[in-house]
Design a protein around this ligand. Structure first.
Ligand code: PMP
Length: 439
């Protein structure tokens, strides 16, 4: 059904945020965006966790203009100098022996491509992913996604064949006393699921190194190490979905590096161009690249590796390398400590978790310890967490919503300053107080 309040000028909005007043964003500068009335907002979700270099970065804008003047488009079935230079940059920053890049346009497509590559080289059909995950909303990537909000929309629409799900390493999913126990139980469970699917039929495990829109959750120490061992033991590929966690978001170039574990394939999108143009892709380990080169993987998309987007990517990587990865690392501890302050102050803030500049403030009813709403059961329930986000918007700070919407996701651009962090978290604190009182 049309929602005229939200659908502007015939555009059907993606991801309705029905509680916040719709705003029309027309300009941006660093960590700030402006609406059509000239009101400024601190962009603490980097639009969709993607404008990692902030808005209107001169270097990226000029690179786009130069490329568009020289030659805007070259067939993805031909060579292009800008595309090749970006692939070289990506191989340089990617962990381990990841070296061969297959470009795509969106994160959803990148994950579908990674799955197809894994199925090709492993000659096996099944992929395992986590509940409480997001890997995309298109036909194939939607099947990988395991968060209840997205599943509710996709359940009757997306292909779900060939994908098995396992439980995330989250306290609510297991009965563990310590993080170490949680890591062991959650990893043993993955092995159990894998053995029951039949290891020979499983091509890959796809996982976000730090859960993104499902609530910015890092795994407990030791979990990823064990996951890698399981993959090696059963000859299954490990695919790290770095669509959110890539390009300095979690303090390193890629999130999986914060776990010191080697993936076989890595998918990227969003931050690669700081969202100045759509670009995504898969970086494959050398041996996988060897296998799919030369025509055995004879697929593609017209706009994949678009030269204008590649020029944006090349410039964005330069900006991250020369200033922003370091700058992000320097301010991240301040954001972390300000967010833990909310946990100390409010009983309704159940947990604060994350890594680098990707955080989640998780809310729960202090009486029951349960979330305020659940997407499968509380269709039209008032959601106080959405009210907090809406209040924060009124106070000039934009935050993200988790899926399910029981958390506020905090993910500012890497160029954010300490002062901006204080301003935005003050606004969040006042908003929690406005909705919940001193609870
Ligand atoms: N993977 C992850 C971890 C994501 O967060 C997203 C998007 N939020 C995607 C994949 C899908 O990317 P896109 O929206 O570009 O298709």
């Amino acid at each position: 059904m049309a929602n005229e309040r939200l659908d502007a000028g015939g555009v059907i909005q993606h991801w309705y945020d029905a509680d916040a007043e719709p705003i029309t964003i027309v300009e941006g500068n660093d960590a700030t965006v402006y609406d059509d009335a000239g009101t400024a907002y601190l962009d603490f979700l980097s639009q969709l966790y993607c404008c990692n270099a902030g808005h209107s970065n001169e270097q990226i804008v000029s690179a786009i203009a130069e490329q568009a003047e020289r030659i805007p488009y070259v067939s993805s079935a031909k060579h292009n100098d800008t595309r090749s230079r970006l692939a070289t940059d990506l191989a340089e920053i990617a962990p381990g022996s990841l070296s061969d890049v297959f470009f795509a346009i969106s994160g959803s497509e990148a994950n579908e491509t990674a799955v197809q590559i894994a199925r090709t080289v492993q000659d096996a059909p099944t992929i395992l992913t986590r509940w409480q995950s997001y890997h995309g909303g298109t036909y194939g990537s939607g099947a990988l996604t395991g968060d209840p909000g997205t599943r509710k929309t996709l359940e009757r629409r997306a292909a779900t064949t060939g994908v098995g799900k396992f439980l995330p390493p989250l306290p609510g999913a297991f009965d563990a006393e310590t993080p170490e126990e949680l890591a062991a139980q959650a990893a043993n469970h993955v092995e159990f699921v894998l053995r029951n699917e039949g290891p020979d039929s499983v091509a890959a495990i796809v996982t976000e190194p730090i859960g993104g829109t499902s609530g910015a959750y890092p795994a407990p120490p030791g979990y990823f190490e064990r996951l890698r061992e399981i993959c090696d033991e059963y000859d299954v590929l490990l695919i790290s979905d770095e669509v959110i966690t890539g390009f300095g978001r979690c303090g390193e170039w890629f999130g999986i590096e914060t776990e010191d574990v080697r993936p076989d394939l890595l998918t990227f999108a969003k931050g690669v161009t700081s969202a100045y143009a759509p670009l995504a892709g898969v970086i494959a380990d050398e041996w996988i690249g060897e296998e799919i080169r030369g025509g055995s993987y004879d697929l593609g998309q017209t706009f994949a590796g678009h030269p204008v987007a590649c020029a944006a990517g090349e410039a964005a990587i330069d900006v991250y390398r020369n200033e922003l990865i370091d700058q992000g690392r320097q301010v991240a501890p301040h954001l972390e400590s300000r967010l833990h302050g909310l946990e100390e102050r409010f009983d309704v803030v159940d947990t604060v978790r994350g890594r680098g500049l990707l955080w989640s403030v998780v809310f729960a009813d202090p009486e029951t310890g349960e979330p305020f709403v659940h997407p499968w059961v509380d269709d039209d329930a008032d959601n106080p967490v959405a009210d907090v986000r809406s209040e924060a918007q009124d106070r000039g700070a934009l935050f993200g919503s988790g899926r399910p919407d029981v958390q506020i996701i905090v993910a500012p651009p890497l160029c954010v300053t300490r002062e901006e962090i204080d301003e935005a978290i003050d606004a969040l604190e006042a908003s929690i107080e406005a909705v919940f009182g001193d609870l």
